[in-house]
Design a binder for this molecule. Structure first.
Ligand code: F3S
Length: 77
């Protein structure tokens, strides 16, 4: 299983992740990215068919703001 969460403190609203993985990431009013499926709580499993997009988004983020884990994240942000 894979889970993901955006560190909104370090995201600089570059917009790359939503291009790489439009089914996973969207942007708030300030252009800061968040995970659509769980409102950036990091608790919903990312479907298998989106794992390649997720990896691309993570690799492409200039500030390493996209975190990926094998278990759910529990931090609130
Ligand atoms: Fe932010 Fe990185 Fe996406 S800077 S907009 S999380 S590519």
């Amino acid at each position: 299983s894979k889970y993901t969460i955006v560190d909104k403190e370090t995201c600089i609203a570059c917009g790359a992740c939503g291009s790489a993985a439009p089914e996973i990431f969207d942007y708030d009013d300030e252009g800061i990215s968040y995970v659509i499926s769980d409102n950036n709580q990091g608790t919903s499993q990312i479907p298998e068919e989106l794992h390649d997009d997720l990896a691309d988004a993570c690799d492409g983020c200039p500030t390493d703001s996209i975190k990926i884990g094998d278990t759910p994240f529990h931090v609130l942000n």
